[in-house]
Write a protein that binds this ligand. Structure first.
Ligand code: SF4
Ligand code: SF4
Length: 187
């Protein structure tokens, strides 16, 4: 398995540079959504039951429909019911985060949503970044949900390079997520 605690060099500097990382949700924020396939991989690796690292959030029927319409990789996630499963946060951080060393899960065990971030697929099928760029570290810090790798890159190609990935690899990961989401919805 690949052990790479930080997905990009910027991840190791993120908390210091802009206040917090994407593994540290703010008040009323949730961590990455997970599928049953993500949970199975993590449980097999850690021997933890799902309740030790996930939480469930009920959403409205309308909210579920709207979410799936906006995020094509998550189509059918709510087919069995409007409940979102996310990683569990404790003391303001994901239970798998070691603030000094990064994510304690090997890269190929992490939820696919974590591996994909900050790349996302939009309703029109195009790929872009899930997070805007502020172009100013102070503004990024004040906003509270910025990504240092995005702030330090000048283009999509540079963000891909910062994560050591390619358009094709991101597409393939997105296709895997979409399939696992469909299976999640089928139960
Ligand atoms: S917000 Fe961006 S730079 Fe910071 S830890 Fe997450 S992916 Fe890395
Ligand atoms: S599983 Fe790892 S990458 Fe994902 S939120 Fe938790 S610490 Fe961050």
């Amino acid at each position: 398995m690949t052990r790479k605690p930080f997905q990009s060099p910027a991840c190791a500097r993120c908390a210091k540079a802009i206040g917090k990382t994407c593994c540290e949700p703010g008040p009323h924020e949730h961590l990455a959504m997970v599928t049953r396939a993500d949970i199975a991989r993590i449980s097999a690796h850690t021997r933890l039951s799902a309740r030790r690292f996930t939480e469930e959030e009920a959403v409205s029927e309308a909210g579920a429909v709207d979410f799936e319409a906006r995020w094509p990789l998550y189509r059918d996630y709510f087919r069995r019911g409007p409940v979102r499963i996310t990683l569990l946060a404790r003391d303001g951080a994901c239970v798998f985060l070691d603030r000094a060393r990064g994510c304690t899960l090997p890269l190929d065990v992490r939820p696919i949503a974590c591996r994909l971030y900050p790349f996302d697929k939009w309703a029109d099928g195009s790929w872009s970044l899930a997070i805007g760029r502020f172009g100013d570290l102070q503004a990024a810090r004040e906003e509270g949900s910025a990504c240092l790798a995005v702030e330090e890159a000048g283009s999509m190609e540079e963000v891909l390079a910062a994560f050591g990935t390619t358009h094709e690899a991101v597409e393939a990961l997105g296709a895997q997520l979409a399939e696992e989401v469909r299976n999640h919805g089928r139960g």
